[in-house]
Design a protein around this ligand. Sequence first.
Ligand code: ADP
Length: 903
Amino acid sequence: MRPGGVEPPAFWSVARRSVQLSYGRKETLRGDVSRPVESERSRIRGPAQTIQPRKSVRASVGAMRRAALKSPADPVDHPPITRRARARSGKTDRIQEKRVARSPAENPARPEETAAGGKTAGAARPRKVSIQAVDAASSGPSTVEALFKMVVEQSRSLLSTYDLEGTFLYANRAFTRSLGYRVDEILGRKIFSLIHPDDLAATQAAFASVLAGETVRDFEMRVLDREGQPVHLLGSGSAIRDESGKPVAVCAMATDVTEVRRLEEEIRAQRSYLQDILDHSDFFFASFDLDGQISTWNRTCEEMTGVDRIEARGRSFFDLLVRSDAREDLRERVNGLLEGLKARECEAPIPAERGEERYVSWNFFLRRSPHDRVNGFVAMGRETTESREAARETMRARETLENILQSLSSGLLVVNAAGETTYWNRRMEDLTGIPWTDVINRRTDETFPWLFRGGFTQAREGVLSGRIAAHESPPLGLETPGGRVSVIVRAIPYRSADGAIAGTIVRIEDVTESLRLRADLAHSERRYKNLVQSAKDCIHVLDPSGRFLELNASGLAFCELRDPSLIIGKRYDEVVDPESQAVVLAALEKARSGASAEFEYSFTSPSGRRILCSSVLTPVLDARGRLQSLLGISRDITDRKRLEEELREKNGRLVHAFERLERLAALKDEFLSNVSHELRTPLTSIRSYTEILLNYPDEDQSVQREFLGIINEECQRLTNLLNDVLDLSKIEAGEMAWHVAPHAVGDFIHPAVEVSRALALGAGVAIETTIADGLPAVTVDEDRFQQVVLNILSNAIKHSPKGGTVRVGAERTVAGPGGSDAILIQIADEGSGIAPEDVPHLFDKYFQTKAATRRRGGTGLGLAISREIVEAFGGRIWAESEPGRGSVFRFTIPRETASPHAG
Ligand code: ADP
């Protein structure tokens, strides 16, 4: 009894029933039994190699016949085949043969095979025991049963039976071969112990379903082979029941689909690899059926449309990737492929957002089914938007170039290597009167022979051969419809794409106007140069850094230079006097900034003459407004400056004289009023006393004498006054008669002091006279110097307070710049002093201080006369005073006196 408690049915009855059951479902039999691994492989390769089920059955019958002649045990005794070996070759039969040929030593793990190889089957081999047991249990093998046994054993399907617990009851040769077990190794084992853990639960469930009465079909599971490698089995199972319908065993029929799955996996991997490649290329790739429905496409298509490959499936290739206006056209072209047209490239716009134009160039190929039937198309595309844009750009550039060439002011023609005109612009038409249609692609020397006169033939050959880089003719005369013009012919080579010289580009430039302008320019330049050279001013041109570039002839003379090289190249600020450098640098800076600079400077000529200049520096700009040079014009203003200086000085003197005259006029007015007063006062008193004497002749003698004395005094006063006026007039008019003789200073100091004594006595003033010893004699007019001392001394007494002292002194001194000997005479008083503003005017004619009162009389002439006298003898007179502390009047008399002169 088996552990499951159910006695297994005889093998053959089980097998027969199994086959009957299978034949009862013809389709299943075809699918499961007659489509072995090889058939699967054939399917993959293509329909031509598919093994027909009928043929398979016929083969099986033949095999059964052959097997009937053999020992029943023999076919079962097949060696195991490893999974790895199968994977290596894929040819099961050959490996089986190899296994058989192995020596026992090669396969020590299987000692029982030694006995099998020697065909001496031992009773101890469990596989044999099992089969024999099955045989014994049956009522004896009939011919049918033998046939079934053969069919089952020879079947390529994996056939097995199990008890209700899943314990192997039987496994055919295909089964054991696929899993690499020997029969005896699996009989008695449970199928579940061989199931891949991941498939175990499903397998157990399927087994339970079978026991529950279901027939499980197309169930796939992985069974672990002898080496523990999974073998994919696809099959069906059903229960075997006894007469009462109770399940007694489970029969399973399977196909080893490991290879199929491996190949499928490989195909899947290859597909994903291909998809990766397609996804990583910039190409558009799409596959679609004959109706245009997409089956797949790549990343580029996804990115372009925003539709991923899953969403795209079933949608129209044309709708998603072709702009509506081009859709029909492209569809027609694609369908054209079906009519035998070769795959070809065609460009189509793609639906673009925001009006952006994008183009793809497509290549379409027919897609075929495994039966070689056309079932769709494969589209490969690359975006051409940029290249189209580039082409358009090129076109635009060409048009622009053409416009430029046509509008050139020069004539332009292109002559190819064969000597034919290939281009002739509008200006050429104007110049020659020949329309381009008459010259294009015709020989240039025939249509435009003028060009080939002169040296052009050689020049062209030189340019074509590369000997001459460019040719330029001198001005040539050309008769044009508009008259004769001067032209210059220029020729340069043009090259083809490979760099070889392919012809010449000839430019014919009308230079009539420019020749005329050049002549005019040369003429005006000559005129300008003459002008500059003949200008009296120094005209010079400096570079922007301030260095001399040019200097006209006057400039050279101006600088007292003969050789221009002595100044050309030198910096402006270097050639001027040091004190003028700053002003020159400032002027350069100003001119460089674009403004004219006017300035004055001085420089010293080679002869040592200091020359004062007035200069203007002006920037000279080029056509683009950039500073080109500095133009300077300098003028010698030395003489002008000197005259200006003299004039200024004279003017100053005039102003001074004028002021003095004005003051004199004012003083004169005052003097006149004083003099008139001074005249009137004594005259009035003289007249009054005279009238009394006349009217009263009997008056007392003493009174008469007194009156006469007063009259005499007043007459004396009048005389003094008139003498003063006359003296001054004489001295100023140079008419004074000087009585010059050598005198000691005491000769005129002492008499003056004596004369003043009475006045001093009356005023209560003491006089001290100190004359230094050994003073040299001076050559003077004694009376006049006595007058000077008397004038100063009487003023001092008049301004001295009562009880004051007037000190008169004489001493030796040094006078004048030469330091010559002189006598200094000074008279100091202790009076009220003189206001500082009056001191400078004390010696002016008619000047009287405000403090001098009329009471004291005076005319303002005393000190003026004194100065005239002192200066007439080369001396100097001045006063020093401090208000409230008295005054000192000093004058010098040089020892070597000059001849007296008029003041
Ligand atoms: P005058 O005959 O009017 O005195 P002077 O020429 O002698 O004229 O003097 C000019 C002025 O200077 C007078 O107004 C006089 O009063 C003043 N002066 C001259 N000497 C003295 C002095 N020692 N102290 C003050 N004032 C003086």
